[in-house]
Design a protein. Structure first.
Length: 188
């Protein structure tokens, strides 16, 4: 817990970044979605080109060169497809976000359950985890309900989760100053 109490600022910063992202997503959902899709396309294209360059530079191990070249071609294809069919990429990106949200949510809940004997107020972490899992399930269940609507859900999740993380961060900060190693009970 002493390590966690010293790192409280990082938890608060993570919450602030979540809130900033959430506000941007709520006010500019179209731009947020387009930016996510285009950033992915640019990354996939650049990664593919670099993998092919690496394959050309490798003069040994033909099997490694072939694997790098195939990966590079697939990366370039994904990048080009992203720019040609951004809607398809948006739905695929939503599925990746959904799986990520569920995984992060489960990990957050597990962390909260492990910390429950050490801290009080761990319900914030549990709630943040449950929100992440709910977001992931909604994204998987309704991918065609509209990518912009999903960006709004993602934005709302980021704001609420960010607020919960900020609360947890300040709670961790107070832990280092209290005797007995338990966080004091404060009204939420």
């Amino acid at each position: 817990m002493s390590v966690l109490s010293r790192l409280w600022g990082w938890v608060v910063l993570r919450g602030v970044v979540g809130i900033v992202f959430g506000v941007l997503a709520l006010f500019w959902p179209g731009i947020t979605l387009a930016a996510l899709v285009l950033l992915f396309g640019a990354y996939a294209l650049a990664d593919g080109v670099l993998m092919i360059a690496w394959a050309i530079a490798r003069r040994d191990q033909a099997s490694l060169r072939a694997a790098l070249a195939i990966g590079g071609v697939l990366g370039i294809a994904a990048g080009v497809l992203t720019f040609l069919k951004p809607g398809l990429t948006a739905v695929a990106l939503l599925m990746v976000i959904a799986v990520w949200a569920i995984a992060i949510g489960v990990a957050t809940i597990v962390a909260a359950l492990r910390l429950r004997k050490v801290i009080t107020g761990e319900w914030r972490l549990v709630l943040a985890g449950l929100l992440a899992v709910a977001l992931g399930v909604i994204l998987i269940a309704r991918p065609l309900a509209g990518a912009l609507a999903m960006v709004l859900w993602i934005g709302a999740y980021a704001i609420v989760s960010g607020g919960l993380l900020i609360g947890l961060g300040f709670r961790l900060k107070s832990w280092g100053r209290l005797p007995g190693g338990k966080l004091a009970s404060h009204p939420a």
